[in-house]
Design a binder for this molecule. Sequence first.
Ligand SMILES: Nc1ncnc2c1ncn2[C@@H]1O[C@H](COP(=O)(O)OP(=O)(O)O)[C@@H](O)[C@H]1O
Ligand SMILES: [Mg+2]
Length: 273
Amino acid sequence: MLAKKLDRVSNEGEPNMEAAAVPAVDVAERAPAAVVAAHDITRRYGEGDTAVEALRGVTLDVQQGKLTAVMGPSGSGKSTLMHIMAALDRSTSGTIWIAGTQLGSLSDTQITKLRRKHIGFVFQFFNLLPMLTAEENVLLPLTIAGEKPDEAWREDLLKKVGLTDRRTHRPAELSGGQQQRVAIARALVSRPTVVFADEPTGNLDSATSAEILELMRDSVDSLGQTTVMVTHDPRAAAIADRILFLDDGLIVRDMPRAEPGEVIAAMDELTQN
Ligand SMILES: Nc1ncnc2c1ncn2[C@@H]1O[C@H](COP(=O)(O)OP(=O)(O)O)[C@@H](O)[C@H]1O
Ligand SMILES: [Mg+2]
């Protein structure tokens, strides 16, 4: 509300020193710094002798407006963690908060609603619907929610991901990189609280991967889109603001922005131990 008032003040074109001194967003309206948080998450698959402890007590805060990368060897629990944080799967124990709501007590219907509003997900293998056009795939989350897309936002988004001239093509008529652009736009379209991407470049050649990474970074910088990205590519991790290392179901290292060389060194250290 305050932000709106300030807008009005500035739109009137009169310098207003009093208004300028007030922060643009009311403290009470501001989302908490951690938009998604996990506390002591465990996930066990199966029972008895064959049970697998995929996560063994993971605690983390996802920082708003930042790109967080999650790295770790195959089987370390990265996908399991993404699915649990995105409310696609439930943990065996521990607590998840999304946009201030604790998931534990919610019904499946409530979780679906919460996911619709707050979560975007990008998969390694795109997961587009083959019978829909690129544009229809992008708009699908809104269509399902019975919402109409804002026309300006739709055009901006298609332009941002470079699909304006491919909007009527179906997935089979698009390259892998283009399909992943559709998937990214689909994840962004509802302006979710957080986008999770599980190895978004894992199925792409290196030149295409670089373009997709640029797009992921741009969505954080230009839209302020909070993003968590799983990758095993050090170049991908190097575009992140923060890199978490997962090993055997535990976060073993929390690193600020780093060069690819530093990421490789950290991974080497991890696999030697
Ligand atoms: N549905 C499942 N049933 C049984 N075990 C699973 C299942 N999904 C994953 N796992 C096991 O859990 C561990 C973590 O898997 P995952 O989260 O996919 O790791 P990552 O994404 O890091 O490769 C692995 O040992 C894997 O075999
Ligand atoms: Mg995985």
